[in-house]
Design a protein around this ligand. Structure first.
Ligand SMILES: Cc1cc2nc3c(=O)[nH]c(=O)nc-3n(C[C@H](O)[C@H](O)[C@H](O)COP(=O)(O)OP(=O)(O)OC[C@H]3O[C@@H](n4cnc5c(N)ncnc54)[C@H](O)[C@@H]3O)c2cc1C
Length: 438
């Protein structure tokens, strides 16, 4: 009997772990509620119409196609029983089933949190999935359609005001991308509204934007955002979000479009592992990224809390990928009864954030870069890390087209789905006169 490795989550961490187990004499099962892997760093470009969903995602089955020991199951995992070594999965439209494991890798990531104000979610969508990105795209583009048809200046101003709550990388990237879309892509597209009147507010509770970067770089980012017309307000708390906009530090700001780019929390599944967790609910794992009481259970990626040199590792793709590879190595050695003496150590190859086109920042140790050359490096690295050749080619073409023409090729607002009776046949009287060739 081959040992069975079950991996929960086909994100950066889960896919890296699965790939590392490629040549192992084991049965590897990757379970995810979605049928695709998402390259989340470029999701904001789907939300702002630069890229189409398929350009930043890859079917998990396609990624597994050339790995004979790997199979994929689509379904929501809702229970983990570490004592019995079972997970319960609910495939869409089918009865739940249990799956046994010898090794379990939990890589279920995080999801957005509204810090106890779940009522905000209805008015302020967040960005985590392709559906979220398409929804935000429709809201942003729809705001300009509303502005075009507005009856008075007040309604037009409300439609052209965009509020982003949270100035981490996603908030900054979205704000800058909306600003450039308004200035360049949408110019001269409307007859009554002027996209140049767009107002973008980026609100942040911390004293500065991008708090995970050094102060010198974030000052540059704030100046850059200012040049793009983004108003940055730091050290402010959002007290209310509703259909009219937000209340921030006692001031009401009217807006039809509020986007939530603050805060994440982990899945409730982590609690079922019975391991200590940090404040965000992430599992505190040991130096081999496994649970002390159940060493065959590993937690990696955003769902894990790992302290290195006195600081928790950030929730970024590189951490997730390196942890996935490491855990693949630990499991491989255990299955083959080889000694594995290493403990996990994250090698930081640098943090990057992009602020519209032609400007990005990079921080690596004491090295701090910003500007056009850094932006080119950002573009190159993102293309290189996309999951499939197809994604890499398509993204390069879209970016080139967008850079040269200023256009964005996914400016679509999908129609709402309406249930209609099926069309069975033409009514008898209106049947077209069709002659079939013999
Ligand atoms: C909008 C956005 C932009 C980002 N930008 C950057 C960036 O520029 N650079 C960077 O380094 N990082 C960025 N990140 C962070 C980076 O994407 C994460 O650190 C990384 O994805 C973590 O990988 P993971 O495998 O732990 O989780 P994920 O990639 O989130 O994968 C988790 C997987 O688990 C699945 N899953 C979760 N729960 C269940 C369940 N109960 N049952 C079945 N399946 C489940 C999900 O469907 C998902 O596929 C960004 C994140 C977001 C949301």
């Amino acid at each position: 009997m081959h040992p069975r490795v079950v991996i929960l989550g086909g994100g950066f961490a889960g896919v890296a772990a699965a790939r590392e187990l490629k040549d192992l004499d084991a049965e590897v099962l990757l379970i995810d509620r979605r049928n695709h892997h998402i390259f989340q760093p470029l999701l904001y470009q789907v939300a702002t119409a630069v890229l189409a969903p398929a350009e930043v995602a890859a079917p998990l089955r396609q990624l597994a196609k050339h790995q004979a020991n790997l199979s994929v199951m689509m379904g929501e995992v809702d229970e983990i029983d570490v004592a019995s070594k079972l997970v319960r999965v609910a495939p869409p439209g089918l009865a739940t089933r249990t799956v046994a494991f010898d090794y379990l890798v939990v890589a279920t990531g995080v999801h957005p949190t509204y810090f106890g104000h779940d009522e905000f979610a209805k008015f302020a969508p967040s960005l985590k999935t392709l559906t979220d990105a398409e929804f935000i795209r429709a809201r942003v583009l729809g705001a300009y359609e509303l502005a075009e048809l507005a009856d008075d200046a007040e309604a037009r101003a409300r439609a052209l005001t965009f509020i982003l709550v949270g100035a981490g990388p996603t908030g900054v990237e979205l704000a800058a991308s909306i600003a450039q879309m308004a200035r360049i892509t949408l110019r001269r597209n409307f007859r009554h509204a002027d996209p140049a009147d767009t107002r973008i507010l980026l609100l942040e509770g911390a004293p500065r934007v991008l708090p995970s970067f050094s102060e010198r770089l974030t000052q540059k980012v704030e100046r850059r955002l200012g040049k793009l017309g983004v108003e940055v307000r730091t050290g402010v708390m959002v007290e209310r979000v509703d259909e009219r906009g937000v209340v921030v530090a006692g001031e009401r700001i009217e807006s039809n479009t509020v986007l939530w780019t603050a805060g994440v929390q982990v899945s409730p599944l982590i609690k079922q592992l019975g391991v200590p967790t940090d404040r965000a609910g992430r599992a505190s794992v040991g130096p081999r990224l496994n649970c002390e009481a159940n060493p065959e259970v590993f937690v990696i990626g955003d769902a894990a809390s790992v302290i290195q040199d006195g600081h928790p590792l950030p929730g970024v793709a590189q951490v997730a990928i390196q942890q996935g590879r490491f855990v693949g190595g630990v499991i491989g050695a255990h299955v083959q009864q080889r000694p594995f003496l290493r403990t996990f150590r994250y090698r930081n190859r640098g943090n990057m954030a992009v602020v519209g086109r032609n400007f990005a920042i990079l921080e690596r140790g004491r090295l701090r870069l910003s500007g056009v050359a850094t932006w080119l490096l950002w573009a190159l690295l993102h293309v290189m890390f996309l999951p499939q050749l197809q994604n890499r080619l398509r993204v390069q073409i879209q970016w080139l087209w967008s850079y040269v023409t200023g256009q964005r090729s996914s400016r679509l607002i999908p129609e709402p789905r309406v249930e209609k009776p099926p069309i069975t046949a033409f009514p008898e009287k209106r049947r077209p006169d069709v002659t079939h060739a013999k």
